[in-house]
Structures are given as structure tokens and as C-alpha cells.
Design a protein around this ligand. Structure first.
Ligand SMILES: [Fe+2]
Ligand SMILES: [Fe+2]
Length: 176
């Protein structure tokens, strides 16, 4: 699977979960908590592996350098909103507003990725490179830990990456 399709598959799942979240104000606490943890478990592996395999590769070539810089900040923003929501007690106007902000922020982010970024990436990456990155992405997602990735994971997954992006992956470090 090409990296674009692998990322899109997750985006579809995430958008569905977010939609359910914003409509869950009247549901019980348990339902909301489990929706938030489902979003967390989709979002964190997705963004970490996306940064390591896709963003980091694009950033390593001159034509791709500026392409993904705002994406990192948007990942941080979404993670912060999600964490704040998970820490909130009870549902009031604030909760609804924040859930809507999370949905809006991620929908905006996803449409940027699938639009501007994919379009540019298709010019910069050969199809077989995009296919290798799709495989690397799927391999990385389950390996996400609290701080990012273990060096061992980076070294192993670098073996399935396109040759020119193997070294950047080996030296990938999650931006705090
Ligand atoms: Fe994404
Ligand atoms: Fe993203």
C-alpha cells in the first residue's frame, strides 16, 4: 500500500471517532472516556509513525524541507487538546467547545496533509518509494512507546525504507 493510502485509512477512522466524540455530550461518562481513549490510541501511533516515516523523509530533502514544518506543531496542538479533554471532569459548555476544537483542528490538519502535502510528495517520491514507506509506516505504528521509538525499532524499520531515507529514519528523534 502506498504511504498516502495507509495514512488516509487512519484519517478516515479518526474523523469518524471525532464525529462521534462531538456528538457524545449526552452520553454517559464511560462512553465518552472510551471514545477519548480510542482517539488517543489511533492518534498517537499515527502521528509518531507519520513523523518518523513520512515527515522526516520529506524534511531530509531540500524540496521537502518546508513542506511539513507546520504539521509537527499541529500534531502537538491536537495532542494537547486531547490530553486536556481527558483531564476534564463532567460535561459543560467548555467540554463541548474543546471537543469541537479538537475535531476542527484535526480535520483541518488532515485536509492539509491529503491536499497540499500529498500533492507535493507525489512529485518528490517515486511510487516504489511511497510503497516502501507505506510498509514502514504500518510496521512502526505498533512500536510507539511513551517517548517515541526505541533505536532498535528505528534500525529495523530503516531496512524497509527507500535507500535514501534509511539514514534519516535511523537518526529520527521525536520533537518534544
Ligand atoms: Fe496524518
Ligand atoms: Fe498528521
Amino acid at each position: 500500500m502506498l504511504i498516502y493510502d495507509a495514512l488516509k485509512k487512519d484519517h478516515v477512522k479518526l474523523k469518524d471517532l471525532l464525529e462521534r466524540l462531538v456528538h457524545s455530550a449526552d452520553a454517559d461518562d464511560q462512553t465518552r472516556a472510551s471514545l477519548l481513549s480510542e482517539i488517543h490510541d489511533e492518534l498517537i501511533p499515527h502521528t509518531r509513525a507519520e513523523e518518523a516515516v513520512f515527515y522526516n523523509s520529506l524534511a531530509s530533502i531540500p524540496e521537502g524541507k518546508d513542506l511539513v514544518s507546520s504539521g509537527y506543531a499541529e500534531h502537538m496542538e491536537a495532542e494537547t487538546l486531547l490530553r486536556d479533554l481527558q483531564g476534564m471532569e463532567g460535561v459543560g459548555a467548555d467540554w463541548t467547545k474543546m471537543a469541537k476544537s479538537l475535531e476542527d483542528a484535526l480535520k483541518h490538519h488532515i485536509s492539509e496533509e491529503e491536499g497540499r502535502i500529498f500533492q507535493a510528495a507525489r512529485q518528490l517520491l517515486a511510487d516504489d518509494e511511497a510503497r516502501m514507506m507505506g510498509q514502514a509506516f504500518e510496521q512502526m505504528k505498533p512500536e510507539v512507546s511513551e517517548g517515541g521509538f526505541l533505536q532498535n525499532t528505528l534500525d529495523l524499520v530503516a531496512n524497509v525504507m527507500p535507500r535514501r531515507f534509511a539514514a534519516p529514519l535511523r537518526s529520527f528523534a521525536h520533537r518534544p
